[in-house]
Write a protein that binds this ligand. Structure first.
Ligand code: COA
Length: 333
């Protein structure tokens, strides 16, 4: 049975920088409040006339392909993680397939929010281990800014989220790169962080456009305290689960790349696990929380900065809407 390994990474973020200063001119918030509670200084928001989720994913993919001296034609299958697809259906996977000119290849969409990239990576890993494919594109991409309530009413959510895309190329290998992946969920907490519409769970009269447009049900609802409380516990559990599966200790982690939910969550985990600064990668200060895109953007940047080296042990971990949480332990070969 072959193993899988990540052979290349790429990312793309929109040009427009939205600073905390700017947000404080359109809603009742301050730079100090945002930095103190989230660690975010700025985020990128798209110009929707220029960027789409699928074309940002294509830009991230082309960066990864170039770094690995591969071409589009090497890709045999796409796994696309997003909760903000271009359309309600079909998923953005097919739009990326079209954009890359990869006639007829399969494209699978994953909707596991902040854990989406690790769920996608795990899925691709299984396809490679089964021998079905040798080269798979795994992407996470989000445009969240167009759905945010950028007024004081939506300030607890809108200051946190950003847009962007990250891509990883996974290939078959005779040695294990992806050592293990661990996926979890607890739907009892589904409504603690969710967007209701356009969901199918309401009577037809309520789902008519004129009724729906009157509501705020297209907006993100988040119980920030609950999310924070569960996140810190689940992050640590799932990181320890990944280490235990390979009989490793936290000292052996060269780089932990946590989903960039909130800098305070990452710092809490780092402190509780007693990890050194050089063992943890954070870039939420510059991009905010980009949901499924956050891990591949961070991993791609970390690789670009020389923080991911041959033979390193890399741990990815995520927590988010669902609740879902997940981890992956990778040896960089
Ligand atoms: N600017 C200024 N004040 C704000 C604000 C903003 N952007 N957003 C909320 N507030 C206010 C609230 O209205 C509230 O005011 P009140 O005390 O007068 O009612 C006060 O700040 C405290 O709100 P609260 O929601 O209790 O703040 P908090 O300390 O829990 O911080 C979060 C809020 C969202 C930053 C925090 O809960 C969090 O980070 N949770 C995790 C969220 C997360 O990671 N989500 C992504 C998961 S993948």
């Amino acid at each position: 049975m072959p193993f899988s390994k990540i052979v290349a990474l790429g990312h793309h973020v929109p040009e427009t920088v939205i600073t905390n200063q700017y947000l404080s001119t359109v809603m009742d918030t301050t730079n100090e409040w945002i930095v103190e509670r989230t660690g975010i200084n700025e985020r990128r928001w798209v110009d929707p006339t220029k960027d789409t989720v699928a074309n940002m994913a294509a830009k991230a993919t082309r960066m990864a392909l170039k770094r690995a001296n591969l071409t589009e034609k090497d890709i045999e299958f796409i796994v696309f993680a997003t909760i903000t697809p271009d359309y309600f259906f079909p998923g953005s996977g097919v739009l990326l397939q079209r954009e890359l000119g990869l006639e007829g290849i399969g494209a699978l969409d994953i909707r596991n929010a902040c854990s989406g990239f690790i769920y996608a990576l795990s899925t691709a890993d299984q396809f490679i281990k089964s021998g079905m494919y040798k080269t798979i594109l795994v992407v996470g991409a989000e445009i969240q800014s167009t759905a945010l309530d950028v007024t004081t009413r939506g300030r607890n959510v809108s200051v946190i989220f950003g847009d962007g895309a990250g891509a990883a190329i996974l290939q078959a290998s005779d040695k294990p790169g992806v050592l293990s992946t661990h996926l979890h969920s607890d739907g009892r907490f589904a409504e603690e962080l969710y967007v209701k519409d356009p969901g199918s769970s309401r009577p037809r009269e309520i789902r008519q456009p004129e009724q729906i447009l009157d509501t705020t049900d297209f907006k993100v609802v988040m119980n920030g305290n609950q999310v924070f409380k569960h996140a810190v516990v689940r992050f640590m559990e799932v990181i320890n689960e990944a280490l235990a599966a390979s009989q490793m200790t936290k000292e052996q982690i060269n780089l932990l790349v946590p989903h960039q939910a909130n800098l305070r969550i990452s710092q809490f985990i780092q402190q509780k696990m007693q990890l050194r600064d050089d063992q943890v990668y954070n870039n939420i200060m510059r991009y905010g929380n980009t949901t499924a895109a956050s891990i591949p953007i961070a991993l791609s940047e970390a690789w670009g900065e020389g923080r991911v080296k041959e033979n390193n042990v890399i741990c990815l971990a995520a927590f988010g809407s669902g609740f879902t949480w997940a981890s992956a332990l990778i040896r960089w070969i």
